[in-house]
Ligand binder design. Structure first.
Ligand code: KG4
Ligand code: ZN
Length: 392
């Protein structure tokens, strides 16, 4: 079975193609292509993602990303435009709100041969609704053109499954790959969730953020320090430098919000405000923030986020006797978070295996959506509608 995955939930336009073969209870996955077109440079200027701008960029980029992905998978073949006017009119209707996408679709997609693909999987949520809709409409138009069934996918399930991929182009999934129960910590720009994974396709959210997501806090604090978007990697770089220096000038500390509450929830809004007050104090005191102070704030902020994430995640691992711990989402690429989790598991001799996605797959991509499509196939179909706050 060949699946084409489409991802447009935030600011990355992704198209990936996988091939899956089933044999003797084993599933053999082959990655045929995984293309991503990031909008970071455009959103950088504004310090964050604007939904309507993201939508427009997806509309501009989807067809080109599809072509690149087909070429990589050696599935691209030009052909004459042989589609009926009836079909074309239906596609026009599907894409009536996506002007640029329709234009590219008519010019380019009508003139390629139907690729050897069996299903299309597309992210329907959670994410920015206008951005999600572009991907869904694109999937619908391809379905109309090529007669291929669509599998709606939850983006967060994609993040969980992204750890199945190693650094090579293929992997095997069998009953020994991941043991259950598993705990998954999903940390991105929009989410901070602890998920109990009873099996693939069977999820229970046990903890959530009450306000800002971890990645959002990184991005907001970065803005306070005049660092570019996305803020996570920038803060992390400064924090790392400070740790190398191993000295403190201001003795700054920040709180560990909700660390010891009985539940598995998080809150980062108060922490963000603490940083803001600290920044204001320092600016009032000495006129501006110098590099050294920025480094110290970055380190203390990162330590605080990591402490809380690690504490609650390990608490969940112990409580549910999780055989594996999967982390995913943009913030899972954070060095300090990875180090601290490994250290805690080792020190406390916890019997759980930690799975970390490759850096490339920690952030948004369509490969994880194609894989989630395979896992989801055959399930009762959710409706093909964008659901901004979709839950697992
Ligand atoms: O999963 P993702 O690509 O998109 C969403 O679905 O939100 O995550 C993006 C988020 C951003 O907030 C970014 O600042 C954060 O992940 N991020 C990091 C790191 N790399 C990306 N945060 C902390 N440390 C990092 N190394
Ligand atoms: Zn994501």
């Amino acid at each position: 079975m060949r699946i084409l995955g489409i991802e447009t939930s935030c600011d990355d336009t992704g198209i990936a193609i996988i091939d899956v073969k089933k044999q003797d209870l084993k599933k053999y996955f082959k990655i045929l292509s995984n293309k991503i077109h990031t909008q970071v440079e455009i959103h950088k200027e504004f310090g964050g993602v604007f939904p309507m701008m993201a939508k427009r960029e997806h509309g501009k980029n989807l067809v080109h990303t599809l072509i690149e992905s087909l070429k990589d998978a050696k599935m691209y073949k030009k052909s004459e435009d042989k589609y009926s006017n009836k079909k074309k009119n239906k596609i026009k209707k599907i894409l009536e709100r996506e002007e640029e996408l329709l234009e590219n679709f008519e010019k380019i997609v009508f003139c390629i041969e139907k690729p050897d693909i069996d299903k299309i999987s597309v992210t329907i949520g959670p994410g920015l609704e206008p951005a999600l809709w572009v991907g869904i409409s694109f999937a619908k138009a391809l379905k109309e053109l090529w007669g291929i069934e669509i599998i709606p996918v939850n983006h967060m399930e994609g993040h969980i499954l992204s750890v199945l991929v190693n650094k090579t182009k293929s992997f095997i999934l069998d009953k020994n790959t991941i043991s259950f129960p598993t705990i998954s910590l999903l940390v991105s720009g929009g989410h901070t969730e602890l998920v109990l994974v009873k099996n693939f396709g069977n999820y229970k959210i046990i903890g959530n953020t009450r306000d800002d997501a971890a990645g959002e806090a990184f991005d907001k604090v970065a803005r306070m320090l005049d660092l570019p978007y996305p803020g996570g990697p920038e803060i992390s770089k400064l924090a790392e430098k400070k740790r190398e220096q191993n000295n403190s000038i201001k003795n700054i500390t920040f709180p560990r919000p909700m660390m010891y509450t009985k539940d598995y929830d998080f809150s980062f809004s108060g922490l963000k405000t603490s940083v803001l007050y600290k920044v204001k104090d320092i600016v009032q005191d000495q006129g501006s923030l110098d590099k050294n102070i920025k480094m110290e704030i970055a380190k203390e902020f990162e330590d605080s986020v990591v402490d809380v994430l690690v504490y609650k995640t390990i608490k969940a691992v112990k409580k549910y006797k999780a055989k594996n711990l999967i982390i995913g989402g943009g913030v899972s690429a954070n060095n300090m978070l990875q180090k601290a989790l490994k250290l805690k598991i080792k020190r406390e001799k916890i019997k759980t295996k930690l799975y970390i996605p490759t850096r490339e797959l920690s952030t948004d991509n369509a490969l994880m959506i194609a894989i989630a499509g395979y896992i989801q196939k055959g399930k009762k179909n959710k409706s093909l509608k964008a659901i901004g706050n979709m839950s697992l």
